[in-house]
Design a protein around this ligand. Structure first.
Ligand code: G6P
Ligand code: ZN
Length: 543
């Protein structure tokens, strides 16, 4: 087979963010763009000769075409075997599982997660290492460095084999193995959870809706919920993946999954509802009349994990990203297990999971997961909730009320200002950073600042450090606000403001979150001047 050595020049801006490289599809699909990034990834790894790689994505526009290019480049770079999900499909957690189960050297996941897809949407690519998790910063920094000095890429001249038919084919010296994307993952879920108890729950008339948002979890949810667990047909909504997610925004939050939220808030709503994102790693949990924040969900899952067979022996610890509410810490303290606070980004949980320091992890950005894989896992969270509800035989509202009565409630919300002017947003954060030392003891609208800092993290396992991970304002009385710029946006900047206030176990847990947080919202505005800096009166998204 003829392998080409193609001359190329570095392309600006190929810098992986929170979760790999994400760009507009139009930019990613320019000839040479993907090729440069893939070659830089291979080079950053010191070459991929003889490697086994897993490849799959969320099925968005350009997915299949990009896999064809990756296969041709893998062959030219001496990869021994590529395992590809049939049709190019693999949810992110299923890809993580596949890397682990097949002892692959790594994997390439094609996804821009919850960002819209299609010609006018976004595309993304990230490299995961042999533990199944996202490449750590040392590797992503190396990839970026390689993109700035690339002079050639290697690619097979021939077209890649079809990815639609199960089985093995040879492509030059490389084996291309097309596998069913769902089976291994579904079996892993069956090992972790009490499927008999969940089947009984459905048989008793319990009702559920799962919104796959026209994205990758459709086939997974249909197999697991409707086939293996006996939920009635129609439990899974929008279950057929489409290249542009039905024109929607596959982000499971109260804004983008509004139809589902409206349904559970109505009298006709199901007992339980959930949704997942483009690539299947995020989740949203709803009970009749109630939205469970990701931070609360993490705390409830940690407190009740022992009800699932996979966690019956207890958990080693809970890890959360810094902007996630401190509800999970209270559970960890009561259980007497480790609690970790990491920067935003699932990659920071990898070392803790590998070392056995933490079992359950979560982020306010609708990610929850455990040591069963090294990615967050949307359906895993849904199944653990189902397992808990099946064992406790209580409603979601009852579970939440009891949780808050035991631990207190951390009222929580995130306010996003999307596509704001990047320079202005950065200037605001920089200015705030410069004033941090003087903020303690000053008044901030209705509250006063107790202390303020710029979050920095030292990984307790490998000693790596990450600075400037978010400005934290701690207010007298226990409220907290965090401000940071998103690392996953593709246009301008997204300012995220995370707001939180604790209400003790015997306090009032019945308030609307925005109402309960009004003093914190006013305090942040007084300190940071968000309206002035962004030119916006209100956030675009409130979670
Ligand atoms: C992705 C990452 C998460 C992260 C989230 C928000 O989903 O996998 O780890 O929490 O994006 O990141 P951002 O930088 O946009 O706040
Ligand atoms: Zn995702």
């Amino acid at each position: 087979m003829n392998m080409l050595n193609v001359d190329t020049k570095p392309i600006d801006g190929q810098k992986p963010g929170t979760s790999g490289l994400r760009k507009r599809t139009a930019e990613f699909s320019v000839p040479g763009y993907l090729e440069n990034y893939v070659q830089s990834t291979f080079d950053a790894l010191g070459g991929v000769l003889g490697n086994t790689l897993v490849v799959g994505g969320d099925g968005r526009f350009f997915n299949a075409e990009a896999i064809g290019t990756i296969l041709r480049m893998a062959a030219a770079n001496g990869v021994a075997r590529v395992i590809v999900g049939q049709g190019g499909i693999l949810s992110t957690p299923a890809a993580s599982n596949m890397i682990r189960q097949r002892k692959a050297d790594g994997g390439l996941i094609l996804s821009a997660s919850h960002n819209p897809g299609g010609k006018n949407g976004d595309f993304g690519l990230k490299y995961n290492i042999s533990n199944g998790g996202p490449a750590p910063e040392a590797i992503t920094a190396k990839i970026h460095e390689m993109t700035t000095k690339l002079t050639r890429y290697l690619i097979a001249e021939e077209d890649a084999p079809s990815i639609d038919t199960l089985g093995e084919t040879r492509f030059g010296d490389m084996v291309v193995e097309i596998v069913d994307p769902v089976t291994d993952y579904a079996t892993l879920m069956e090992d972790l959870f009490d499927f008999d108890a969940i089947r009984d729950l459905f048989a008793s008339g319990f009702t559920m809706k799962f919104d796959a948002m026209h994205a990758v979890t459709g086939p997974y949810a249909t197999e697991i919920l409707e086939r293996r667990l006996g939920a009635p047909a129609g439990t899974v909504m929008n279950g057929v993946p489409s290249v542009d997610f039905g024109g929607g925004h596959p982000d499971p939050n109260p804004v983008w999954a509004k139809p589902l939220v409206d349904l559970v808030m109505s009298d006709a709503g199901p007992d339980f509802a959930a949704a997942s994102d483009g690539d299947g790693d995020r989740n949203m949990i709803l009970g009749r009349g109630l939205y469970v924040t990701p931070s609360d969900s993490l705390a409830v899952l940690a407190a009740n994990a022992h009800l699932a067979p996979g966690y019956a022996r207890g958990i080693a610890g809970v890890a959360r990203s810094m902007p996630t509410s401190r509800a999970a810490d209270r559970v960890a303290a009561k259980l007497g297990v480790n609690a970790f606070e990491t920067p935003t980004g699932w990659k920071f949980f990898g070392t803790l999971l590998d070392a056995g320091h933490a079992t359950i992890c979560g982020e306010e950005s609708a990610g929850t997961g455990s040591d069963h894989v090294r990615e967050k896992d949307g359906l895993w969270a849904v199944l653990l909730w189902l397992n808990i509800l099946a064992k406790r035989r209580e409603s979601v509202a009852e579970v939440m009320a009891q949780h808050w009565a035991e631990y207190g409630r951390d009222y929580y919300s995130r306010h996003d200002y999307e596509e704001v002017d990047k320079a202005a947003a950065e200037a605001m954060i920089d200015a705030l950073r410069g004033r941090l030392d003087g903020l303690a003891g000053t008044a901030a609208g209705p509250l006063s600042v107790e202390r303020a800092d710029d979050f920095a993290y030292t990984d307790p396992v490998d000693g790596s450090t990450s600075a400037h991970q978010g400005i934290r304002l701690f207010f007298e009385g226990g409220a907290r606000a965090v401000m940071r710029l998103s690392g996953t946006g593709t246009v301008g900047a997204t300012l995220r403001v995370y707001l939180e206030r604790f209400e003790a176990p015997d306090g009032d847990h019945s308030l609307d979150a925005q109402e309960a947080l009004a003093p914190v919202i006013a305090a942040v505005e007084a300190v940071a001047g968000i309206k002035d800096a962004t030119g916006r009166d209100a956030p675009d998204v409130r979670t």
